[in-house]
Design a protein around this ligand. Sequence first.
Ligand code: ASP
Length: 308
Amino acid sequence: MTPVIALHGGAGTILPERMTPEQEAAYHAALRACLKAGLDVLQQGGAAVDAVTAAVMALEDEPLFNAGRGAVFTSDATHEMDAAVMLGDTRACGAVAGICGPRHPILAARAVMERTEHVLLTGAGAATFLAGADLEMMPPDWFGTPARRAALEAELERRRLNLPDDGDPARKHGTVGAVACDGEGHLAAATSTGGMTAKLPGRVGDSPVIGAGTWADDETAAISATGHGEYFIRWAAGHEIDARMRWAGQDLVRAAGDVVSELGARGGSGGLIAVDRQGNVTLPFNSPGMYRAWSDGEGRIHTRIFRD
Ligand code: ASP
């Protein structure tokens, strides 16, 4: 079968009038390059897990997106990054939460999956493990960008003045993720994020929570979510899609689409990308836009930003 891959770079109030043509072009180019990094792995016969890792590493290095370099700041002006990876054939998975150090948080999640008997590491123990895991480390300053610093200052000022939230999660959120089905019909998902601007230090979002923002099972789907993480955790979004496919016999597009609209109706803005072992891909979102890209059955790359 033809392998397929999809990725997202965050969802939110992403509207054409808020973006210059140059910015829009830069996002399309970045989405295409990151998708190609993963697609190349699949086209050379690589495994889904290696393809999603390659795509997410490229997204983490792209400062336009909130993961790795370009991660948002906590209310203490620090970075706390979350990431997870999961394999559909064995349900092997690994995740990290609240880390700052590895250039590629997704490789930290893979190290947890491949080198420990655990699923999720956080805090001082995670830092000690990662320091010995032979990963490329970067100083905290490397992750921040002027745009993220400005977003933090604007949000702290808004809180100081007690002004209403302008409801633009795109300025505050973002996450990157990839899902793939390889030539053997195996699925994998990977997600990486800086979380939400001015989040309370210690806050963990949905991305590293297996069954919420990240999920993969060859019988159903590989899923990576983006959006208001607390909602995706409360509704176990990834596992909910799995359950509807497994027990209610729904197809990928319906199960994923319904879960995203139900989350939206409850106030949980965001979206997700999902793929099944037949190579079907769906990228539903309930916000005005979601940075996204996918490959089709002929290996062509498509990129989109707005609802169209
Ligand atoms: N889901 C991420 C979190 O809550 C943020 C986002 O995707 O916008 O940490």
